[in-house]
Design a protein around this ligand. Structure first.
Ligand code: KG4
Ligand code: ZN
Length: 339
């Protein structure tokens, strides 16, 4: 384990985040969300995101250090999200981290954003240890991994089209809800009947553990397109049934995979892990199989830098001047998650 505080920076999408993590303890975690800025466009505008990170990142880093009661000189190393994400947004974080590392004479650690989501469960108070099966479901990713050691999660399956969060956001938009749609859809669904509509179940084709959400989304589109007579009650029923069709396969495949691989626990991460119905289903199915359910706090499930500080513990420390050659990368590596 890294013997000292790690300053972590995350700018891969629309949250500017910095945190100080020491061992499994979060000493500070600051997240400046740009969600309101992108809301009028119904999704994240990459150029807007990058420019906003540029204006915000230094203040967010200063605040994370202040809240931890530390100066830059007190940290052991700087960690930053290197991939995958919006390239302009990532570049702001990587350039900032390199500059801070150089200024303070500290080494740099480049972290995979998805390993960050997985490692959120390593932090206190969840403090999970392998082996377990992890489900990461966010606006950009949906994947199942077998985690036998933190550094190298093994891909069991992933979405072959939309991410689960993306499907929820698009569904919300079809039902006239704002962006980000996931939370709004959950609120509307609370007043509806999840058995009212029979949506195609979102399972993929290539592997028994892959997911597909394109069919569910199209099915909702056909039900509401061109109609101005959808009552509030029908909208709530559609929301509940649609949400069920997206989250139930996530829960079932997660628990099935844990049983198949003989591991004692499952973990949830990514923004969709905030969904109450998903948590309820996973808890219910896992209880019946005697599995532990590890769900970090909501603030640790959505994008944040504390999870990047956690993943840094399992990534390579890069000394001066080698880290100058490190670059931001928009895509995931062939294996899905970079060690
Ligand atoms: O991990 P995240 O903050 O950002 C990335 O995409 O990396 O995840 C955002 C996604 C969005 O699609 C949002 O609609 C979804 O997580 N989300 C939810 C809930 N809260 C956030 N989906 C369903 N129910 C929620 N309560
Ligand atoms: Zn994320």
């Amino acid at each position: 384990m890294i013997d000292g505080p790690v300053l972590a920076i995350e700018t891969s999408c629309d949250e500017t985040a910095a945190a100080v993590v020491e061992g499994r303890v979060i000493r500070s975690s600051v997240v400046a969300s740009q969600a309101e800025l992108h809301a009028p466009y119904g999704g994240v505008v990459p150029e807007v995101a990058a420019r906003h990170h540029l204006g915000t990142v230094n203040a967010v880093v200063d605040r994370a250090l202040d809240e931890a009661g530390l100066g830059l000189g007190d940290v052991r190393c700087i960690a930053v999200t290197q991939r995958p994400g919006l390239i302009g947004a990532l570049l702001v974080g990587v350039a900032t981290a390199k500059a801070l590392a150089y200024a303070a004479g500290k080494p740099l650690i480049c972290v995979d954003h998805l390993l960050g989501h997985v490692c959120a469960a390593w932090l206190e108070p969840v403090a999970l240890d392998p082996p377990f099966v992890s489900l990461i479901a966010s606006g950009g990713h949906t994947r199942l991994d077998l985690v036998e050691d933190w550094a190298t999660p093994r891909t069991l399956g992933q979405t072959i089209d939309d991410a689960a969060g993306e499907a929820l956001d698009k569904g919300a938009r079809l039902l006239g809800l704002g962006y980000p749609g996931g939370p709004a859809l959950e609120r509307l669904a609370a007043g509806g009947d999840r058995a009212a509509h029979d949506f195609p179940v979102a399972l993929g084709g290539r592997s028994a553990r892959d997911f597909s959400f394109a069919g569910v989304k199209t099915s909702l589109l056909y039900r509401v397109r061109g109609r101005d007579d959808v009552s509030d009650a029908e909208r709530a029923d559609l929301a509940a049934s649609y949400q069920e069709a997206v989250v139930r396969p996530l829960a079932e495949r997660l628990v099935d995979a844990a049983v198949e691989h003989g591991v004692p626990a499952v973990a949830l991460g990514g923004g969709v892990a905030a969904n109450g119905r998903l948590r309820e289903l996973v808890t219910d199915l896992a209880d019946r199989r005697g599995l532990r359910v590890a769900v970090p706090d909501r603030a640790l499930c959505t994008d944040n830098a504390a999870m990047i500080g956690a993943a840094a513990q399992f990534a390579t420390i890069i000394a001066w001047p080698d880290y100058l050659a490190m670059d931001a990368m928009p895509t995931a590596p062939p294996g899905g998650i970079a060690a």
